[in-house]
Design a protein around this ligand. Structure first.
Ligand SMILES: [Ca+2]
Ligand SMILES: [Ca+2]
Ligand SMILES: [Ca+2]
Length: 471
């Protein structure tokens, strides 16, 4: 049995959110059912405001209404009319047409969620025919179902409205006087015929009456007043519903303005394996209570040199992200942590933490370090001059026969080692403790950029290359 969808039925669909199973859901049982397996299928597209590019599910139920097991059960779908619905055959699971097929006992019923997408911009709605088959099905009239996938019509538009504001009192909502007036707001998308532009009113509000639907419409906001962190771009989904009538763009002051954070270590020098004690102090120096605060202590360079603080030791400031500080309140944390083995290869250990908030931006990132002395070695590198001014080190650009000095990387810059470059500009400082240094060539030369020499033990060591200029 085959049924087709009439034009009148399509026009009568009306509401977009409704999808229909149009045929085959109820098949009259034969007057005298023959013995054997008899599969029956029903299917319906999930409700939703579906756009091109969305993953659109179709739920199908397969039942063996016969009196014998059904074997070799497979399903497939095809688009009968309208834009092509490309489905993922893996989503059919054991019903996959290219698989061995599933089995259904008499009376057994299972549901499957087929997923697919419509990419084409052809108008209309896909009519998808889904059929199941089994060996020796006694009645084929109920093995096929046509499903209409109702898409949001391409010419649909939607109102987009919102408010841009600076949340001065930190309560998460736009209060009186917090709106940012006079900011340009744009809706951008590669497939829009022209960019839509407006300007926020005195209370920071903006609106666009009719923006064409699309899964990703960019909303771009002009930068806010100085000192405010304002999200200047966000992606909106426009599906013709009313989901974008209150697009609130919240600006915040940087958390560094209110949260003061410091880290101190109990010693300046550690031996490997020793336990270091760190004291972390947080103070709310601002004019409003802070909440949703949390700490993240990491090892940004990935060298394994940093002290590890288990997240649970932060209490509310840990993974629950519920740390709070009243105005003027301080909290002091004390942690003990073993100096990691890797620290000796770099000559230092660190504790670096970033403090942030669930509704805050740009928090403080304090750090502290301790020396972990012991390893020494030669450190080799090259001094070069960009003679052809092409920005790269070319053959013959090493600076030959020049004295170079290595100084400590510290305010008092103490001389550590001296060396002389060879014919190709290479120099080796012999038996130097691992650590951070500054290189200074003899006059008239000076470093053109960063004069840092990072001297690490193997296997972390690397040759330095420092470009110099005259004068
Ligand atoms: Ca059947
Ligand atoms: Ca507010
Ligand atoms: Ca060059």
């Amino acid at each position: 049995m085959r049924r087709t969808l009439s034009g009148r039925a399509i026009r009568g669909l009306g509401a977009l959110t409704v999808a229909f199973t149009l045929a085959g859901t109820v098949a009259a049982a034969p007057a005298s059912a023959a013995p054997g397996p008899n599969l029956k299928i029903t299917a319906v597209a999930a409700e939703g405001r579906w756009l091109r590019g969305d993953t659109i599910p179709i739920d199908l139920q397969v039942t063996n209404t016969g009196d014998a097991p059904a074997t070799g059960v497979r399903a497939q779908g095809s688009t009968q009319s309208g834009p092509y619905y490309a489905y993922d055959s893996n989503s059919l699971g054991d019903l996959r047409f290219d698989g061995p097929g599933a089995s259904f006992q008499p009376g057994e019923s299972r549901t499957y969620r087929l997923t697919g997408k419509v990419w084409t911009t052809e108008a209309g709605n896909p009519l998808v025919r889904i059929s199941v088959q089994a060996a020796a099905d006694t009645d084929l009239s109920d093995n096929t179902v046509d499903v209409l996938v109702a898409l949001v019509p391409l010419d649909t538009t939607e109102r987009v409205a919102g408010q841009v504001y600076g949340d001065a009192n930190g309560d998460g909502v736009a209060g009186p006087g917090e709106g940012f007036a006079g900011l340009t707001v744009r809706v951008e998308s590669f497939d829009l015929p022209n960019e839509l532009v407006t300007v926020t009113g005195p209370d920071g509000r903006f609106s666009f009456d009719a923006v064409p639907v699309g899964p990703q419409r960019g909303l771009r906001i002009q930068h806010g007043p100085d000192g405010w962190y304002l999200p200047t771009y966000q992606v909106l989904r426009l599906d013709g519903g009313d989901g974008n009538l209150a697009v609130n763009i919240r600006g915040v002051r940087p958390l560094t303005e209110s949260l003061q954070a410091s880290i101190a270590l109990d010693k300046t020098t550690y031996t490997i394996g020793e336990t270091a004690t760190a004291t972390v102090t947080l103070t709310n120096k601002g004019t409003r209570p802070l909440s949703g605060l949390y700490a993240t202590c990491d090892d940004p360079l990935g060298f394994g040199t940093n002290l590890k603080i288990p997240q649970e030791q932060w209490g509310a400031f840990g993974s629950s992200r519920t740390g709070a500080l009243a105005v003027g309140e301080s909290k002091v944390f004390t942690f003990s942590s073993k100096v990691p083995d890797n620290a000796i290869d770099f000559g230092r250990t660190f504790l670096e933490c970033e403090f942030s908030g669930t509704t805050e931006l740009a928090g403080p990132r304090p750090s502290a370090e301790g020396k972990v002395p012991g390893k020494r070695g030669d450190v080799r590198g090259q001094v070069w001059v960009d003679r052809n001014e092409n920005g790269t080190l070319d053959p013959g650009e090493g600076l030959a026969g020049t004295a170079v000095s290595l100084y400590t990387y510290s305010a008092d810059e103490q001389l550590v080692s001296l060396a002389q470059t060879d014919a190709n500009g290479f120099a080796t400082f012999v038996d130097v403790a691992v650590g951070e240094y500054t290189l200074r060539p003899a006059a008239p030369w000076r470093a053109a950029g960063d004069p840092a020499v990072h001297h690490y033990a193997a296997p972390h060591n690397a040759e330095w290359k420092i470009k110099v200029i005259s004068g």
